[in-house]
Design a protein around this ligand. Structure first.
Ligand code: DLL
Length: 443
């Protein structure tokens, strides 16, 4: 099912057999895997058996991937209700690793992996690295956090599987990160996009330019980001920036990742079957329509999930890609349905604000923070935007003009007014992992 050999040539590591399946081959494979998966979970996970019994569905009703719509959804709440190990499908002795992610509401979401799961995940991360330009000679700087978070270890195993030189720096200690990137001549880097911008600014501050770096590619993900942010990262670090998507419940990073054409992340759909459903009705939506992304883990053993609702809002793209990979691509994640702000009745995703802001004026940086409050029963949104270090104004009216310009830019992008507050350089808290961009005081 996946290639195990270390091969020295990048072209050879492009696993065309599995990444370029025809529609017919994929349908057959996904159907066989789903039939087997449903039997497995029905027999081994009481929570799944109960869910299926409740709607009178038996494993024998699932004959092909088209029958997936008959199956119940799984949510984060199911994982919490069965905390910590109740959703595991194998004997605990077969679980060789546990990861967990923290939600906003207390209990961790726990995921268990068998040896096979770790191998598949490493393979998917290896595919992601190859798609971005890695080969066995590359040196990979991993600045995602190591630990219960899946970012660090996921890409680490993917890199080792390819035979790269992996530098497990983890998050934090930015001066040391800069030193290692320069001294070791890192070819590739992975971290969150917000940390990439921070790192780039610190590199510039330390007196270096992109020319002093050897970086050629980077895999950025774990949080929503925009095309504007991609351009900024590429300019500042002198590399090609690729979007990598994933979530711990399904595996971790490397559920989907971009190829050299940067036209959306290819889903490794011989392992993770995607659907897009309407957020309100949960009815499946046709390819191209935007809704909530749902995944079924076709090959997972430790904690397989059926129709897991990711809460991520996006659309699928099945148009052919020049790279010949046939995995459907996901459009940029607009945000999570639970991160969506409703301001005076209008739905607003922080990513819309980011797209509108970045690049709209030379004097502002890409660091911002949104605060929402309710004043006299009315929602108010304030956006603190950081000025660049060298931003200078001759007169107060120039500052006022910039504020007014930015308020107009944002207002027309999101359809609701916001107050802009310009703040001095480096006053917005930087994050080494996922950026916290919103404070909602109404909650
Ligand atoms: O963030 C796994 C990961 C690590 C992905 C490193 C990519 C790189 P969790 O902590 O469980 O796992 O968070 C998963 O992060 O449901 C999305 O809301 C968001 N997310 C992940 N990748 C992207 C991306 C990791 N490329 C949650 N664009 C997901 C936008 C992303 N959002």
């Amino acid at each position: 099912m996946f290639c195990i050999n270390r091969r020295k040539d990048r072209e050879l590591f492009f696993d065309k057999k599995n990444e370029c399946l025809t529609k017919k081959e994929k349908h057959k494979l996904q159907s066989e895997l789903l039939v087997d998966l449903v039997k497995r979970v029905y027999d081994s996970v009481p929570a799944y058996r109960a869910k299926m019994d409740a709607i009178n569905i038996k494993p024998s009703d699932i004959k092909s991937i088209d029958d997936i719509v008959k199956l119940p959804f799984t949510t984060k709440q199911d994982l919490r209700d069965n905390y910590p190990f109740g959703m595991f499908s194998t004997d605990k002795k077969d679980i060789i690793r546990v990861h967990a992610s923290s939600g906003t509401t207390g209990k961790l979401t726990v995921v268990g992996y068998t040896k096979y799961d770790i191998e598949v995940w490493a393979e998917c991360c290896a595919r992601s690295l190859v798609a971005a330009g890695a080969d066995a000679n590359s040196l990979l700087h991993v600045a995602y956090g190591y630990g219960l978070f899946t970012g660090g270890l996921g890409l680490h195993y993917g890199g080792e599987r390819l035979g790269l030189t992996v530098v497990p720096v983890s998050a934090g200690n930015t001066p040391r990160q800069i030193q290692l990137i320069i001294d070791f001549k890192a070819d590739g880097i992975c971290c969150t996009p917000s940390y990439a911008i921070y790192l780039a600014d610190e590199i510039i501050k330390a007196g270096y330019t992109a020319k002093d770096l050897n970086l050629k590619w980077g895999l950025f993900g774990a949080e929503p980001w925009s095309e504007e942010m991609r351009n900024e990262i590429e300019d500042k670090l002198g590399l090609k920036a690729y979007d990598i998507y994933g979530l711990s419940e399904i595996a971790g990073p490397g559920v989907a990742s971009e190829c050299e054409f940067q036209k959306g992340a290819h889903i490794w759909d011989d392992h993770f079957y995607p659907e897009i459903v309407d957020v309100d009705t949960l009815e499946p939506l046709p390819i191209g329509e935007r809704g909530e992304l749902v995944f079924t883990t076709l090959t997972k053993q430790g904690m397989p999930l059926i129709r897991y609702r990711t809460r991520d809002i996006t659309a699928l793209d099945d148009s052919p890609c020049p790279c010949k990979r046939t995995g459907y691509r996901i459009k940029r994640i607009k945000g999570r349905s639970d991160d969506m702000l409703i301001i005076r009745g209008v739905n607003v995703f922080p990513s819309q604000i980011e797209s509108a802001l970045i690049g709209s004026d030379d004097k502002i940086s890409s660091h911002y923070h949104i605060t929402v409050d309710r004043v006299k029963n009315l929602d108010v949104m304030e956006i603190a935007i950081e000025l660049k270090q060298d931003a200078k104004f001759d007169e107060v009216k120039d500052i006022e003009a910039l504020v007014s310009k930015l308020e107009t830019v944002i207002g027309s992008a999101i359809g609701v007014s916001a107050q802009v507050k310009l703040v001095s350089y480096a006053s917005i808290k930087r994050s080494e992992g996922k950026a916290q961009r919103v404070t909602d005081k109404r909650k």
